[in-house]
Design a protein around this ligand. Sequence first.
Ligand code: SAM
Length: 278
Amino acid sequence: MLTSEPGQQPAPAVRPEVWETYGPADLSAVPVFAGGFINFGYWRSIDLERPLAESDRVRSEQDLYRHVLDAAAPEGARAVEIGCGLGLGCALALDEYRPAAITGVDIHPHQLRRAREANAPLLRARPQRLRFALGAAEKLPLDDAEFDCLYSVEAAQHFPDLPAFAREAARVLRPGGRVAVASFFTVDDAPAHADRLAGLLDSFASGLDIARPVSRLADALTDAGLVDVRVRSIGPQVWPGWDRWLARLWEPGTWPRNFLAAWEQDILDYYLVTATRP
Ligand SMILES: C[S@@+](CC[C@H](N)C(=O)[O-])C[C@H]1O[C@@H](n2cnc3c(N)ncnc32)[C@H](O)[C@@H]1O
């Protein structure tokens, strides 16, 4: 599972569940993740009362990025995305938010290859403004104070070591730099949550997604020296829409439909977490 790219630091170790899901299994090719994005979507602007089209689904995935980028405020900034997948969020940011430059980081070499393929024309047209780098959230292949903002969309649920990620975020940001992270976490640290999630959701049972309270990330950011740490639930804009879309392909009672159940049972929620480097 260890591969390296010419001229780069040694490739990071990839957990087996992450390796399989984003490598050979290529989650981006699964029909529920339409358009090359791999996230549950932010559905506020989409009418859930009428039949959903694939264009609605892609819009939801783009809108999750827009929601995070609105918080990260990358205009004119040197921005970095952690867990960039196919890099389509980097391209969206470049197109709509006018950052000075953007770096997409992902731990999986197959994702980095897909990102470079998907963005080949953009990489050729704007080589100074877009690049992709192989690396782990917990050990970023980036210089100290290199960025004005760091953001991440639906990747932190996989990061095994949130304190290490938070320290790295603080390290690569300049003073005044901003963090915006969107992902799903348990609502609190009740010990029963992990077992209940493993019972409801295969992705938690397999260890792909890690059950932790959102306070774990917020505390890690504070401990890393970041300030103005804020946690906002965006679950109402994520879970009902995601489940309406899933209903096209998955029967009630099948495991992916249980994300909505986990939210309704007050176990899991989807959050936007922001912070600033003083
Ligand atoms: C659900 S996908 C999200 C991709 C993209 N952000 C999107 O919304 O389309 C999660 C991504 O995080 C990456 N990832 C998982 N663990 C990581 C880690 N420890 N460090 C960096 N990237 C990681 C995976 O390889 C995968 O590409």
